[in-house]
Write a protein that binds this ligand. Sequence first.
Ligand code: GLP
Length: 242
Amino acid sequence: MDVREVRDYGELSRAAAALLLEWVADFSSPSIVLPTGNTPLGCYAALAADPRARALTGARLIQLDEYHGIARDDPRNLAEWLMRALLRPLAIPAARLQRFDSSAGNAAAEAARMEEIVEAIGIDVAILGLGPNGHIGFNEPGSIFDSPTRLIELTPESIRSNAAYWGEGRVPPFAFSLGLGTLARARRTLLLVSGERKADILAETLNGPISPTVPATYLRALSGAVVIADQLALRKWRGGRG
Ligand code: GLP
């Protein structure tokens, strides 16, 4: 895997925005998978400040993951998070975002609908974050590498870590995620990792056995995935290399 070390979060955010703009320049109407979480926020802010990012107004955006069982206007709704963090600042019309319906009654049908859309559009660029337990999107440990888009029961660890955004007892127990098999078809993939609390799981992702136990290791089975990580996140990995 192509691991690019940057000094800190600011540098990570600028490097991610620059690489995304470089990649999308190869496509006339690029389709881009977008994560939420805190890690990509600096990249989104860097894009909002960069006039070249106007190229993204013609992009087709695809939501990586979403909670299930909450209203579309619930503050926890992750599509709304993306709207606030990226689409509105860049004046990208809401209709450009392919989003999960967090309030869907029939979750299996909703997951299948998104899978079909992604299949039809294709993924030119996937931007991803790393869960503290190695999840990608909400593909929790145990997710097989050819898993499709589906509804997933969150692990207690993910519920705990996501409580940092919403508060204890406020994290929905189920979520939709594009599958690892779905994401594996992306033409280009970029994983963003920042901070010391990700150091252990990033070292496992980069050096440990390739296995569904750490879903992010599917990235090593792809050709050409890029990781941009800051020094704190890469601390254990560097130690591992001696
Ligand atoms: C959440 C999201 C993921 C995200 C991850 C990391 O659980 N479902 O898509 O990438 O956590 O979040 P953060 O960037 O805040 O560490």
